[in-house]
Structure formats: structure tokens, C-alpha cells
Design a protein. Sequence first.
Length: 76
Amino acid sequence: MTERAPRRAWRARLRLWRRCIRRRLPPGTRLPLGLLLIAGGVLGFLPVLGFWMIPLGVAVAAMDLAPLWRRLRGRR
């Protein structure tokens, strides 16, 4: 098995996850949810919370930030 096969599978899963998040969560809730995940990730030393929450929170929050940046720059 080549090294590219697991990467492709991981990217495909990530694409499905992003599509699912975009469909199920309204745009106004993704940014606060992402910020909560980041805040929970900072407390990663606690048993339930973990440092894995930081990149997940950034990914969820970034879904709302890209359209916001485009709007602020005057692009549609």
C-alpha cells in the first residue's frame, strides 16, 4: 500500500465531515461552536477535554470566517 492511499482516505473523510457540518449547523452557530471548541482545547489537561479540540474548533470557525472576510473586502 502506498503512502498516498491513507492520505486520500483521510481527505475524503474530512470532505464528508465538512459537508455534514455545513448542512446541519446554521452559519450563525458555527463560529461560536468553533470558539467553544478552541476554549475547551485550551483546557486539554482535564480528563474529558483534549488538545484535539483546538484544530477542530479552528476548522469549524473557519467555515464562517471565509465568507465574512470576503464580505469585508467587498467581494461577493
